[in-house]
Design a protein around this ligand. Structure first.
Ligand code: URA
Ligand code: ZN
Length: 377
């Protein structure tokens, strides 16, 4: 698959050393617990903190693939990836004490930026950039300041956020100054799931299927609901310069956009239909072509086709709005293979939709990320 064009991974995570120390210092979710034998264990969801299991079986092991830059570079070499835009993995900094959140975020973002800078100063073959994390538990003026201060981080190309916002979701009116700051600084917002759906959605036998239901369905539906709430609350009407990059190709948004458009058109609560609620003014299709980019992390050709079609059409600018990603270090090979199935299936699906068109493939694999994020890759 590797060719002469750059391959840029826009969806690749780390828990860098400063974040690991932060989690290791905590006793409440999220935290890292180091048992007397084996890898440290990461407990990131209340459901991981299962007191019926011994501590050494709670959560998931965090080996060095989560925290080591050399492991990231090794993974990139294995798959011919020439540039990675690294983001903290969930749950980012959503849980920080409000009084120290902005300072901690600045420290962690600066450390990640410095590591990318150091790598790029020593290698032109494997480049690193970062998406910063916002101190969303801090007072709003401090969050706004931290957005403006990202301009001082030369290798930071946007921010990653989850779906909770300030605690009430991404259609919370209290987020207005934050959206205004993100739009005026032209900061890309990488929206990523973490909280999933309520366990009750999956029924009493869900545990028989391990993590399949929450990961395969809970994650993408969480993203779909979050971005739809952003759209419905008119955020894109008020902030036309805002840009979102949606994880996992927007969850199910590409498939459901037509249904969302239809339900909006029929909604009597909205002023256009005689109601007294504002409702969104722009078409979801317009927002998808103007404010939204999709990563190409959906593991199959039908999903990739839907993403392309929703992003601007298979005959139009859809090719300019999809960006390759891997979700490394999640979904590692279980049987010790060198190549990661999770990566190979995304690459195959991209190959499939490009059907031999090298220029289109080059855009999805790296050209779009380089252009949109302003990478020197
Ligand atoms: N599981 C997670 O917790 N995060 C990811 O990004 C992917 C899988
Ligand atoms: Zn991810």
């Amino acid at each position: 698959m590797a060719g002469t064009h750059p391959i840029v991974d826009v969806h690749t995570h780390m828990y860098p050393p400063s974040y690991i120390s932060l989690l290791s210092s905590r006793k409440e979710v999220p935290y890292i617990h180091t048992p007397s034998s084996g890898d440290p264990r990461l407990i990131i969801l209340p459901s991981d903190d299962d007191a019926s299991k011994p501590p050494e079986q709670r959560g998931r092991p965090v080996d060095t693939s989560y925290s080591s830059f050399s492991e990231k570079l090794k993974f990139m070499s294995t798959h011919g990836i020439t540039c990675s835009v690294i983001s903290l993995a969930n749950p980012w900094l959503d849980f920080l004490d409000p009084s120290t959140a902005a300072k901690t975020a600045h420290q962690i973002n600066s450390d990640l930026d410095a590591a990318c800078q150091q790598q790029n100063a020593t290698s032109s073959a494997l480049k690193l950039y970062a998406f910063a994390s916002l101190p969303l538990s801090a007072p709003v003026p401090e969050i706004v300041s931290s957005i403006h201060s990202l301009a001082t981080l030369s290798h930071t190309k946007g921010v990653i956020i989850g779906t909770s916002g300030l605690g009430l979701g991404l259609d919370d009116p209290a987020l207005e100054p934050i959206y205004a700051a993100l739009a005026s600084t032209r900061t890309m917002v990488f929206l990523h799931p973490h909280y999933g759906l309520p366990a009750s959605s999956f029924g009493p036998t869900a545990a028989n299927y391990g993590h399949v239901l929450p990961l395969a369905l809970g994650f993408p539906l969480e993203t779909t609901i979050a971005i739809t709430r952003v759209y419905l609350s008119g955020v894109f009407d008020r902030h036309p310069d805002l840009s979102f990059l949606l994880a996992h190709s927007g969850g199910t948004l590409p498939f459901l956009a037509g249904r969302i458009e239809s339900c909006v058109a029929h909604e009597r609560e909205f002023t256009v239909n005689g109601g007294d609620k504002p409702g969104p003014r722009r078409s979801i299709w317009d927002v998808l072509k103007t404010n939204v980019y999709l990563d190409a992390v959906n593991y199959g050709e039908p999903g990739m086709k839907a993403a392309l079609a929703a992003a601007g059409g298979e005959d139009g600018q859809g090719w300019d709005r999809l960006m390759f990603g891997t979700d490394h270090p999640f979904f590692p090979p279980l049987a010790g293979e060198e190549k990661w199935l999770s990566v190979e299936s995304n690459l195959r699906a991209i190959e499939g939709v490009c059907a031999g068109d090298e220029a289109r493939k080059a855009k999805i694999l790296g050209g779009n990320a380089i252009r949109v994020l302003g990478l020197d890759a």
